[in-house]
Design a binder for this molecule. Structure first.
Ligand SMILES: [Mn+2]
Length: 322
């Protein structure tokens, strides 16, 4: 069952101690939501710990408060500590260490349509482009403190999950929220410098290798590319550097669906899917146990790479030709 914004406000006011977690391989919305809510609760005088499986990754060290994000510790917090999951479509995506706690989140705030409402309280707004936007609405509805640091973090969540306000999921409301966050102290130009113009050279080297693997299918309407562990080594790069690389595949006019395969060093395959808009890639991902949104979805699988790859590409080609 979904909770109202006011029920969430009551929950946040009623408790004193919180742990906020987001998904593995956190993106801008995961960090922005974790920190936005965390700093808001601290401004209310609450004690808050902020975790994810990976801890703080180097790309996000500009976010206000980021030094208080840590890798999930093996030992679960006390029973009095309320656990909040943000931006995480499935409980298992909170990470292995969290799953070892054997706790269920008390509150689950998200915007993924596939979220099965695994929390005790759930606010899943699937027509919202970012969890950060959902959090802004919750804070506004309950008159919670939106400090400049809270605003900056929520702005980054909203800006990154909307592709700088370019994706179809961006609404009139998103611009209103962005304006309100900007008025509350988020500086869009400074944040954009950090978020979009501060990549390490290793990421560019990885992109160069990735572009060499691109393949066009179905009359250039599908673009596929593959990352391997060897490429990370050659580029002097790490998995942090992959975020956003798939966007390059959608910059060609004819391409309707972009797909990036990532062979994991640990075994298994991770797939990112992007759609220009007509094709619902969440539907395709769900055929292989994946999830996400209509325009952006993902799959993780341990199926053998070659057969899985050709099966998935067949489905995508069939979808664009329909
Ligand atoms: Mn998100």
């Amino acid at each position: 069952m979904q909770a109202s914004f006011s029920a969430v406000g009551e929950f946040l006011r009623a408790h004193q101690s919180f742990t906020i977690l987001s998904h593995i391989r956190p993106d801008g919305d995961a960090y922005g939501s974790t920190l936005g809510l965390g700093l808001c609760l601290r401004a209310m005088g609450k004690s808050v710990t902020l975790y994810n499986e990976d801890g703080l990754t180097s790309r996000f060290t500009y976010l206000p408060g980021c030094e208080t994000v840590a890798a999930t510790p093996a030992v679960a917090p006390s029973r009095e500590t309320q656990i909040i999951a943000v931006d995480t479509a499935e409980m298992s995506r909170l990470g292995k260490t969290f799953m070892g706690w054997r706790r269920t989140p008390d509150l689950n705030i998200d915007h993924h349509v596939s979220n099965p409402l695994y929390g005790q309280l759930n606010v899943v707004v699937s027509d919202s482009p970012a969890t950060a936007e959902v959090l802004y609405e919750i804070m506004r509805a309950n008159d919670l403190p939106i400090t400049p640091e809270v605003a900056a973090n929520l702005f980054i969540g909203l800006s990154t999950d909307t592709g700088s306000f370019r994706y179809r999921s961006t609404t009139t409301r998103s611009f209103e929220v962005a304006a309100a966050l900007s008025a509350a102290g988020a500086d869009p130009a400074t944040l954009a410098q950090h978020a979009y113009l501060s990549y390490p050279a290793s990421r560019f080297r990885l992109l160069r290798l990735l572009l060499q693997t691109t393949e066009f299918l179905a009359e250039d309407r599908v673009c596929s590319c593959t990352l391997t562990p060897a490429m990370y080594a050659e580029a002097g790069s790490c998995t942090d550097d992959t975020e956003g690389l798939i966007e390059y595949m959608l910059m060609t006019e004819s391409v309707e669906v972009a797909v990036m395969f990532e062979e994991m060093a640990s075994g298994g395959v991770r797939v990112s899917l992007r759609s220009r808009g007509r094709i619902d890639v969440q539907k395709i991902a769900s055929l292989f146990g994946g999830g996400g949104h209509k325009a952006a979805a993902g799959i993780r699988t341990s199926l053998p790479f070659d057969s899985f790859r050709s099966e998935l590409l067949d489905k995508i080609v069939a979808a664009v030709r329909q």
